[in-house]
Write a protein that binds this ligand. Structure first.
Ligand code: COA
Length: 166
């Protein structure tokens, strides 16, 4: 199972916490720098309003990364996971994903799902390091420059994490 601590020798000054409304501008800045088809500010505000688990990693007074998961009926859906470009490959993505999964498990979720572009090698390697399993694809799920792009769908059983919270 993936763990974060060994990465943090290089980046000790990070703390993970709930996203606040005041974080949204910094989150949107990272989103715009990271995706060709980014979420709007309104989508992040909606995620906070409806009560999704929205987490940020703070690095001094900046936001270094964020993750959002919706959970219900025993299932969690990882909706977004993103790290500030200049702070990638230091374990922050791992930290956020582990936090999201632990929170979902603590809320009674048994299975986590996510979609990812098949071309997104960095994210797929991260998910595979958590033992997410590729279970199929959703046709035309993503916007693409020339139309739509399929999504790869991954799933992870959370039983082991749940045991840690009983
Ligand atoms: C995917 C993403 C969140 C990873 O964040 P990160 O902080 O760089 O990830 P970590 O440092 O925790 O890396 C964990 C593992 O992911 C994989 N990984 C991360 N970046 C990688 C890269 N550029 N190439 C290949 N593998 C990579 C590796 O397996 C790595 O483990 P290792 O360090 O032992 O090799 C980050 O690249 C990102 O924000 N991408 C843009 C947004 C995005 O695509 N999000 C996913 C949407 S589905």
């Amino acid at each position: 199972m993936a763990t974060a601590p060994e990465h943090f020798a290089a980046l000790p000054e990070v703390a993970i916490r709930s996203m606040a409304e005041a974080d949204v501008p910094a989150v949107v800045e990272i989103e715009l720098a990271s995706y060709r088809f980014p979420w709007s500010e309104g989508i992040f505000r909606d995620c906070l309003r409806v009560g999704y688990v929205c987490r940020v990693v703070a690095h001094f007074d900046t936001v270094a990364g964020y993750g959002i998961v919706s959970a219900g009926a025993g299932e969690a859906h990882i909706l977004n996971l993103c790290v500030r470009p200049e702070l990638r490959c230091r374990g922050i993505g791992t930290l956020v994903l582990e936090d999201l999964l632990q929170r979902a498990a603590a809320a009674g979720v048994e299975i986590a799902y996510l979609e990812v572009r098949p071309s997104n090698t960095a994210a797929i390697r991260l998910y595979q390091s958590f033992e997410f399993e590729h279970i199929g694809s959703r046709r035309g799920y993503y916007q693409a420059p020339d139309g739509r792009e399929d999504a790869a769908v991954f799933k992870l059983a959370l039983r082991s994490r749940r045991a840690g919270h009983d």
